[in-house]
Ligand binder design. Structure first.
Ligand code: FES
Ligand code: FE2
Length: 439
């Protein structure tokens, strides 16, 4: 195990950190402690992705999405188990959009092929002449089979194991990263002790840029300082931290301790590749507030983020409802995403066009976790390169189908605001009016 202490004040880079900010408006990282139990992360870009909250997928409904521009869909089979298949009919390649799923049987809208939950076609005679089926049935049956991916439901999320090749038989898929890495109970907290709310947002920008943003503590004070209701997260207050980074094969983690109370954690950011980030306010064992962020690489320049906020306070449903806490919370989420969005879009543009040259990136001391992330990303992309099958992702045919949480975040905000006004009226103004009428 390597254990290094660097005094950041002595570092030459420190003055450069101060430069872009006015005096008294900077977050300082005063010292590092980097622990590497083993040299690097072992998980790559193929692995378990949380795709949607469990309650999003109702029986007999289809959830369309994509991973690295591969069109996919989820549905529940006859036992309510979730299935993930390629949204490509194995007969002649139509999408299942416009077809349906009924009691676990999915029907293609083009020639009516019906597939059992195990993936085999149940009405081959419908899509070919019966004399061919009679003589060559086994061959046909093997060919006309759904391409599947592994699925798990856990902590009220639906996870999909995205790998290089889908399989007709799920037993043929080997998992490189154990699912237990993602279970919240194995990450220091039991979700049953908390209540939660969440939002889903689709960004038209690069997936890895969003992860970088969520690993970046510096911008939180500067960009979100007026939005986050925490007195320590403030643009105009000087807060000083010590940072400890843990690196091991399953995750990378950055812990920020208060400088004036070195045992007290301010925030802990844990990245579990490929797509999950956990943010703990204070130590996980005592944390009253945790955030789970899942990043879904829908495709080139398209990514979905699911942010779920777990909290131990205000657990009473009635009070919660009266205060419209969920809605107010969502309002904050949307505002935070909105604050980041333009930055992420311009960064994506600069990056995609090759305008960000190596010497224009000044990763400083406190960006160390970001540095690790980019090294991992580059290596994983070179190794896995999940984009390689995508020849022309500019067609964007699936956008209308897949981008359900519009990137124009203002729209989501407006819908949420209307919801707040509507509920406030129903809860307070309407009963008052009624009472006045009676009197
Ligand atoms: S393409 Fe699906 S049944 Fe023909
Ligand atoms: Fe942000």
């Amino acid at each position: 195990m390597e254990n290094r202490q660097i005094n950041f004040f002595k570092s030459k880079d420190f003055n450069t950190v101060l430069k872009p900010f006015k005096k008294g408006t900077v977050v300082k990282i005063d010292s590092f402690d980097i622990r590497e139990s083993q040299k690097e992360l072992k998980i790559g870009l193929y692995g378990w992705y949380a795709i949607c909250p469990t309650e999003e997928l109702k029986k007999n409904k289809i959830h369309y999405f994509s991973l690295y521009d591969t069109p996919l869909l989820l549905y529940r089979d006859e036992d309510e188990k979730v299935r993930c298949i390629k949204n490509i009919c194995p007969h002649r390649g139509a999408s299942f959009y416009g077809g349906n799923v009924l009691n676990g049987v999915i029907t293609c809208p083009y020639h009516g092929a019906k597939f059992s939950s195990l993936g085999s076609c149940q009405n081959l005679d419908r899509i070919t002449c019966s004399h061919i089926v009679d003589t060559n049935y086994d061959n046909y049956a093997k060919k006309i089979h759904l391409a599947q991916y592994k699925v798990k439901e856990n902590d009220d999320y639906i996870f999909v194991y995205f790998t290089k090749n889908s399989e007709t038989d799920l037993n043929d898929i080997n998992e490189d990263s154990p699912f237990s890495n993602y279970e919240l109970i194995n990450n220091g907290f039991n979700p049953k002790d908390y209540v939660s709310e969440e939002v889903l947002v689709d960004f038209k920008c690069d997936w890895s840029r969003i992860i970088e943003n969520h690993l970046d503590i510096l911008h939180i004070f500067w960009v979100h300082g007026d939005t986050i209701p925490d007195k320590d997260v403030n643009k105009n207050v000087l807060v000083s931290f010590n940072q400890k980074i843990n690196i091991n094969p399953k995750y990378i983690e950055s812990i920020y301790y208060y400088k004036n109370d070195p045992t007290k954690e301010f925030i802990r950011i844990k990245y579990i590749p490929p797509g999950r980030i956990l943010i703990y306010k204070e130590d996980p064992s005592s944390s009253r507030y945790l955030q789970v962020l899942d990043h879904i690489p829908l495709g080139d320049n398209r990514a979905r983020v699911i942010v779920r906020h777990y909290r131990k306070f205000l657990k009473n449903k009635l009070i919660n409802n009266l205060l419209l806490f969920k809605e107010t919370q969502k309002k904050i989420f949307y505002k935070i995403f909105d604050e980041d969005y333009m930055i992420l879009k311009t960064q994506t543009y600069n990056h995609k066009l090759g305008l960000i040259q190596k010497d224009e990136i000044k990763l400083l001391g406190e960006d160390k976790i970001i540095n690790y992330f980019w090294k991992w990303y580059k290596k994983s992309e070179d190794k896995d390169y999940p984009w390689k099958n995508i020849k022309n992702s500019n067609l964007n045919i699936y956008d209308d189908l897949i981008l359900k949480h519009p990137p124009e975040i203002k729209k989501l905000e407006v819908i949420n605001n209307i919801n707040i006004i509507r509920k406030t009226f129903i809860r307070f103004a309407a009963p008052l009016l009624l009472l006045m009428l009676i009197i």
